[in-house]
Design a protein around this ligand. Structure first.
Ligand code: FCB
Length: 454
C-alpha cells in the first residue's frame, strides 16, 4: 500500500454549482414570468414525485444562509445560473428590474463573503412565452437571448468576469425535444436537432456581446461529455458506440472548436438535419476562453435497431460500482480519458470541471448528521483522476462539485440528492452539511488530497 499527496496548482478554483430553477423557488415573486420548467413540472405525470420547483429549496429567500454555509466551508467559487424569466418575464420586451435587483443582492452578498460568482446564462429555464413561439427551434429566440445577455452582462460586468453561455446543450435539446423527459416535453427528431443548432448559435453569438460588455471576460460553454464504450466488440456495437459519441460528444464539441458538425453524423441524420445558414458555423466557432466539462458517468452502448435516432441504446455492466442511480457509475477513469481526449482533439483548451458529483440515498442520523461515504469516495476518486490528467498535460483550472445542496433534480423531482449539503424537505428545508462537504472543505484548505492505494 502507498499513500501519495496529490497537490493541485495554486489558483486552482474549487467550488460548487447550482442552477436557478433547481434551487430558487419564489416562482411568482419579484415579477418572475413562467419558464418551460414551470409548465412542465405542473403537468401531471412529468415529474417522478409529482413535485415542482415552485419553492425548490427556497434559495430566493434563504440565499444569505446558503452563502454563510459556503463561507463556513471555505468555498471561494460558486457557479450559479440566472433565471431569464426573472429579468424578462416574457423572454423579451419588458425588463423586470426586481429580477435584476435580486441577482444584484445575491452577487454582492457572495462577493462580500469572498466568493466569486461564475454565471451560467442558460441552464434550461427558457421563458414559456418564447417556447410558445417555437422555443430554440425558432431563430428569433437566439436574437432575444442576445438582448437578455447584453442586459445582464452590462448590469454585472463590474463584478463578474466568468460567464458560461449554455449548460449542456445535449440535455437541453435531446432530453427536452427527443425523448421528452425534460421540458418542454417534445418528442421529435428534427426539432431536437433544430434546438441543438439554436442553442449552439446562441452560445456563439453571445460571445462578442459578453466581451463587449465585460472588459476582463472569461467565456466558455458547458458541455456534458462522456467516455463511450461499445458493449461488446461486435461491429454493430462498435458502430453504435461511435454514433452515440457522435451525437453526444462530437455534435456539441466539433462546431464550437472546429466550426463543423461531424461529417459521419451529418450523413447519418440526412433529412433530419436543421437548416444551417451562411455564417452560422463561423458564429458558433467564436473563440472561447475555456470549456466547462460536466462529467458524471461512462456510457456503455449497444446496437438497437428500434431507436429511430441513432440506432443505439445505453446498457450497463453489472460489475461497475454505482451509487443509487442505475445510470450513474462510479468510474473515474472515464473522466481521466475524457480530459485527455479534450487535450488531444480539441487543442488543450483550458478546462473547468463545471459539474461532477453523484446522488446517494442520504438520511439524517439521530444526532442530526448526514454521512455520505459513497459520495466522499466518488469525489475523492474523481479529484484524483483529474489530478492524473493534469500530470499528463491537461489544462484543468478548477472544479465545481454538483451540487452545493440537494435540490429539484428536474424530472426526478426531489427523489435524488446530489448535494454536499443535505436539505431536509420535511423539516422547514433545514440545511445540514454532509460529510462530503467537510471533505471538500479539507481538500480546499490543503489544495489537494491524500490518496491511498493497494
Ligand atoms: C446535469 C445538470 C444539472 C444536474 C446534474 C445532476 O445534467 O446540468 O442541472 O441536474 O446533471
Amino acid at each position: 500500500m502507498y499513500a501519495q499527496f496529490l497537490q493541485f496548482p495554486d489558483q486552482f478554483a474549487w467550488g460548487t454549482a447550482t442552477a436557478s430553477y433547481q434551487i430558487e423557488g419564489g416562482y411568482k415573486e419579484g415579477g418572475r414570468g413562467p419558464s418551460i420548467w414551470d409548465t412542465f413540472s405542473h403537468t401531471p405525470n412529468k415529474i417522478e414525485d409529482g413535485k415542482t420547483g415552485d419553492r425548490a429549496v427556497d434559495h430566493y429567500h434563504r440565499y444569505p444562509e446558503d452563502i454563510a454555509i459556503m463561507n463556513h466551508l471555505g468555498l471561494e467559487h460558486y457557479r450559479m445560473s440566472l433565471a431569464w424569466s426573472r429579468i424578462y418575464p416574457e423572454g423579451k420586451g419588458n425588463l423586470e428590474q426586481r429580477g435584476l435587483d435580486f441577482y444584484d443582492r445575491l452577487i454582492d452578498s457572495l462577493l462580500k463573503a469572498g466568493i466569486k460568482p461564475w454565471i451560467t446564462l442558460y441552464h434550461w429555464d427558457l421563458p414559456q412565452a418564447l417556447q410558445d413561439k417555437g422555443g430554440w427551434a425558432n431563430r428569433d429566440t437566439v436574437e432575444v437571448f442576445l438582448t437578455y445577455v447584453q442586459t445582464v452582462t452590462r448590469a454585472f460586468s463590474d463584478r463578474v468576469d466568468h460567464w458560461m453561455t449554455c449548460n449542456e446543450p445535449w440535455v437541453a435539446s435531446y432530453c427536452g425535444n427527443l425523448n421528452g423527459a425534460h421540458a418542454p416535453g417534445i418528442q421529435d427528431i428534427p426539432t431536437a436537432l433544430e434546438v441543438a443548432h439554436g442553442i449552439l448559435l446562441a452560445h456563439g453569438k453571445s460571445i462578442p456581446i459578453i466581451r463587449g460588455e465585460v472588459p476582463n471576460a472569461q467565456v466558455g460553454i458547458v458541455n456534458n461529455l462522456a467516455w463511450v464504450e461499445p458493449a461488446t466488440d461486435k461491429p454493430e456495437d462498435i458502430q453504435a458506440a461511435h454514433r452515440w459519441d457522435g451525437s453526444y460528444n462530437r455534435w456539441f464539441m466539433d462546431p464550437v472548436f472546429k466550426g463543423t458538425y461531424p461529417e459521419d453524423m451529418v450523413e447519418h441524420f440526412g433529412p433530419f438535419m436543421p437548416e444551417i445558414k451562411s455564417g452560422d458555423m463561423q458564429a458558433i466557432r467564436a473563440t472561447t476562453d475555456f470549456l466547462g466539462v460536466n462529467y458524471y458517468t461512462r456510457r456503455i452502448v449497444a446496437y438497437d435497431p428500434s431507436d429511430a435516432f441513432i440506432q443505439a441504446k445505453q446498457t450497463y455492466r453489472a460489475y461497475a460500482p454505482r451509487a443509487e442511480f442505475e445510470e450513474f457509475e462510479n468510474w473515474p477513469e472515464a473522466l481521466y480519458k475524457v480530459l485527455l481526449r479534450v487535450k488531444k482533439e480539441y487543442g488543450n483548451i483550458p478546462v473547468y470541471i463545471s459539474e461532477n458529483g453523484t446522488t446517494t440515498l442520504d438520511t439524517k442520523t439521530e444526532d442530526g448528521c448526514v454521512h455520505d461515504p459513497v459520495r466522499v469516495k466518488y469525489l475523492r476518486h474523481h479529484f484524483a483522476a483529474t489530478w492524473q490528467a493534469m500530470q499528463e498535460g491537461c489544462d484543468v483550472r478548477g472544479y465545481f462539485v454538483w451540487s452545493l445542496m440537494d435540490n429539484f433534480e428536474w424530472g426526478f423531482g426531489f427523489t435524488k440528492r446530489f448535494g454536499i449539503v443535505y436539505v431536509d424537505h420535511e423539516d422547514d428545508l433545514r440545511r445540514i452539511p454532509k460529510d462530503s462537504a467537510y471533505f471538500l472543505a479539507q481538500t480546499i484548505r490543503d489544495n489537494g488530497l491524500e490518496m491511498r492505494s493497494l
